[in-house]
Design a protein around this ligand. Structure first.
Ligand SMILES: Cc1cc2nc3c(=O)[nH]c(=O)nc-3n(C[C@H](O)[C@H](O)[C@H](O)COP(=O)(O)OP(=O)(O)OC[C@H]3O[C@@H](n4cnc5c(N)ncnc54)[C@H](O)[C@@H]3O)c2cc1C
Length: 480
């Protein structure tokens, strides 16, 4: 706290659920004698969104609630507290600011349209009350103000953008975590259960890769385990296309998305690993993937609403199919294509899917079934524990051929299955009704007629036939 700090400041927490490297918190502590940290569960986040799909499903709801509880614990350890409320932030934040005579509100700004609309509503309401608001940037590895060009000038292709940033920009140091925080006497408020938020809770299937416990403590523990205890980073580039087990990739996405981990913290830990253990292509590759995360974020800042348009940022005219029944078969993992179904079932039962899986199921929906890619993106939005508006919509658009640098390339889902799940172990894990199939596990429709007979039932009686003629669809994709 600075010597002349006398005011009360408010920190409005959002997807920055951490005390480490948190500029809004650091600046609020610097400017205020007393700090009012606030988190509000916004009912709109638990409503339905595009295509009438829920916006937030059970896995992410649980993760956020755990992260909020963990943040409260960290603030209490420092002498403060976290006020938790339910309601629209534009109502809650100005009301608390008025009640506690707050001079300034600090918060992190986020790039997506809905988040920005909420931000504007909050700052307008504060302004009307004569309360100052100060926004900070904390989502990316590279600070938005340190990019070599303005956001509107950044390249739409990843590789030249990455190279120019690596050459011309530097990553800022992490900010130090405040030691003490003083919060005025206030009703801390209860952290709502999923049911309170209208979300039916769902246990994570124990076949999942990880239990994904929310919060900064669990996030930093995951970094320590993956890098130092299990020493997996040295082989990340070779293992990152894996499908089973916790170790094939970092699994940091959920903590990064909700701001339980600062990307600069992850960067510093990778650098420490490089100096203490090994520095190789794999250690660089994790940072390379964080650059993809940055790129998607800045692209959304650049394009705004176009990011969510059917023709994407390219404004392509594509006649997507809007077939709800076919979409449901995809969503429920009942397409009859084992690799696609295994991945969708993993998503439905755990809230997570590997990057390789995400690419394949997205291609199956957009390329093979020709269904509006935005239905898939909206479905992922509800289901993913690590849903990030920038990475999700950016990757979906890319896969659908309407995003950045898209070259209209489809995934041959059967070939991919044979390559990345060569022994069928992953499919057997999630589609147990195929457990007895041998080497044809990835294309059961090619089995002899008599064997096929046992697989002919509908979704309830056995494993379904493929929902499309795979050969004809492949022929069309090859020729497009
Ligand atoms: C259709 C589709 C939808 C996706 N939706 C999301 C999403 O909602 N949220 C999300 O965080 N990622 C998303 N991704 C990117 C990627 O699949 C996940 O970040 C990754 O699988 C998470 O696992 P991990 O943490 O073990 O990743 P690792 O392989 O260990 O990568 C480390 C980190 O780099 C970042 N990263 C890795 N790959 C990408 C990528 N392609 N784009 C952007 N950032 C990346 C993530 O923050 C990740 O935690 C999506 C990819 C596809 C193809």
């Amino acid at each position: 706290m600075s010597d002349n700090a006398t005011d009360t400041t408010l920190v409005w927490f959002r997807e920055d659920l951490r005390v480490h490297d948190n500029e809004a918190l650091v600046d609020a502590v610097e400017a205020g004698e007393e700090i009012l940290p606030v988190y509000s569960f916004d009912p709109r986040e638990f409503d339905t969104g595009m295509f009438d799909l829920p916006k937030t499903g059970p896995y992410r709801t649980r993760f956020v609630a755990e992260s909020v509880a963990d943040l409260r614990e960290s603030l209490r350890e420092r002498g403060g507290d976290l006020l938790v409320r339910r309601g629209e932030p534009e109502e809650i934040v100005p009301a608390l600011a008025a009640e506690y005579d707050v001079e300034t509100v600090f918060y992190h700004t986020f790039p997506a349209t809905e988040e920005q609309a909420v931000e504007s509503a909050v700052t307008d309401a504060l302004d009307a009350e004569g309360v100052e608001s100060r926004s900070r940037w904390g989502k990316t590895l590279y600070h938005v103000e340190d990019l070599p060009t303005s956001v509107h000038g950044i390249d739409d292709t990843f590789t030249p953008w990455r190279k120019s940033v690596e050459r011309n920009a530097t990553i800022r140091d992490q900010l130090s975590t405040p030691d003490t925080i003083s919060t005025p006497d206030a009703d801390p408020g209860e952290i709502p259960s999923p049911a309170d938020l209208g979300v039916e809770p769902q246990e994570t299937d124990d076949r999942g890769v990880l239990s994904f416990e929310g919060g900064e403590h669990a996030g930093t523990e995951r970094v320590a385990r993956y890098l130092f205890e299990e020493d997996r980073l040295r082989e990340y580039k070779q293992t990152r296309n894996g499908l089973l087990g916790s170790g094939y990739s970092s699994k940091l996405s959920a903590w990064l998305t909700h701001g339980c981990l600062s990307p600069r913290y992850v960067f510093d830990e990778v650098k420490r690993y490089e100096s203490e253990r090994v520095s190789n292509e794999s250690t660089y590759w994790l940072l390379f993937e964080l650059m993809w995360r940055d790129f998607n974020t800045f692209q959304l800042l650049k394009y705004g609403d176009d990011f969510f348009a059917s023709g994407g940022i390219q404004g392509k005219a594509v006649d997507w199919r809007d077939d709800r029944e076919d979409f449901e078969r995809w969503a429920q993992g009942e397409t009859g294509v084992p690799f696609v179904d295994a991945n969708m079932r993993e998503l439905n039962e755990t809230g997570y899917m590997s990057n390789r899986g995400r690419q394949n199921v997205a291609s199956f929906l957009a390329d093979w079934l020709e269904i509006d890619w935005r239905m898939g993106a909206a479905y992922f939005e509800a289901k993913l524990v690590d849903y990030d508006v920038c990475s999700n919509w950016g990757n979906w658009a890319y896969q659908a051929g309407v995003g950045n640098d898209s070259r209209n390339r489809y995934f041959n889902v059967v070939k991919q299955a044979k390559r990345y799940d060569s022994d069928g172990e992953y499919v057997r894990h999630w589609v147990p009704e195929l457990a007895d199939l041998g080497e044809r596990i990835h294309e059961p429709w090619t089995l002899r007629d008599d064997a096929q007979a046992t697989l002919d039932g509908g979704p309830d009686e056995g494993y379904p036939r493929p929902m499309i003629d795979m050969d004809a669809a492949h022929e069309r994709l090859r020729n497009r």
